[in-house]
Design a protein around this ligand. Structure first.
Ligand SMILES: C[S@@+](CC[C@H](N)C(=O)[O-])C[C@H]1O[C@@H](n2cnc3c(N)ncnc32)[C@H](O)[C@@H]1O
Length: 228
């Protein structure tokens, strides 16, 4: 796909975003804030997901329905990367390449998101970190844009605040690392802006501020304003 694909906009309706591998909806919240109408897909029930939800295999769903959406986000679990396994502690198959193939088949613009351990599998990813958006945690997430959509790499502010030890309570003045069996669900909810999530969702989630920025970038790409 070499040409940007315009986001189709029906007057009076929000552009439609498909949120694949949605979990409890960190990415979804940011896209909603940016002006998209979001539909989430996850293999497992997600009763905390705040938006329209379909329980299904993400790749099967996008191959059948993806072309009907204006923009597609995918957060496939990764494997074969020591960091992914450490963070997710699971036995998911590696779905990054099959997800990309399925996204390319839709003809729509998209991003694939993942963690640092998956960077060798991502093509030209943009790295986002909390302080780029006023979020007080050093949570790095990598976003590969595709289908004609591009993203600039924001400047990465230096990490100047001490990080609390993993799994320990976060002392005042330090930043938490909300991964694994972290301590401080209430703090994590406030810091990342995900008050509806439990620990399982928080440890997996993208801070919504990141995808609000991506969503805001997607709409002008198509020469369109943010929906009211
Ligand atoms: C890293 S989490 C996504 C986090 C989410 N983007 C957020 O910001 O909150 C990955 C999710 O993929 C789901 N998943 C794993 N395999 C799947 C599949 N084949 N189809 C759909 N969802 C799947 C898992 O249940 C999990 O909820």
């Amino acid at each position: 796909m070499t040409q940007p694909i315009p986001i189709r906009r029906v007057p009076g309706q929000r552009p439609r975003l498909l949120d694949l591998f949605c979990c409890q909806g960190g990415a979804a919240k940011g896209y909603t804030d940016a002006g998209f109408d979001v539909t989430g897909v996850d293999l497992h029930p997600q009763p905390r997901y705040p938006y329209r939800f379909v329980q299904a295999d993400a790749i099967a769903f996008v191959l059948t329905h993806g072309a009907g959406f204006d923009f597609i986000h995918a957060s496939p679990p990764c494997q074969h990367d020591s960091e992914c396994q450490r963070i997710q502690g699971n036995t998911h198959p590696d779905l990054i390449a099959p997800t990309r193939t399925a996204l390319e088949a839709t003809g729509r613009p998209w991003v694939i998101e993942n963690v640092r351990g998956a960077v060798p599998k991502l093509r030209g990813p943009v790295m986002l970190c909390g302080p780029m958006f006023g979020v007080d945690t050093y949570r790095h997430r990598y976003f590969e844009p595709g289908g004609g959509f591009t993203l600039p790499q924001p400047e990465h502010p230096a990490h100047t605040v001490q990080q609390a030890k993993m799994g320990r309570p976060v002392p005042p003045g330090q930043y938490g690392q909300f991964v694994g069996n972290f301590s401080g669900v209430g703090l994590a909810r406030r810091v990342m802006g995900v008050p509806w999530m439990n620990r399982d969702g928080i440890r997996e989630c993208i801070p919504p501020a990141y995808t609000r920025w991506i969503g805001a970038a997607a709409l002008p790409t198509a020469g369109l304003g943010v929906a009211a």
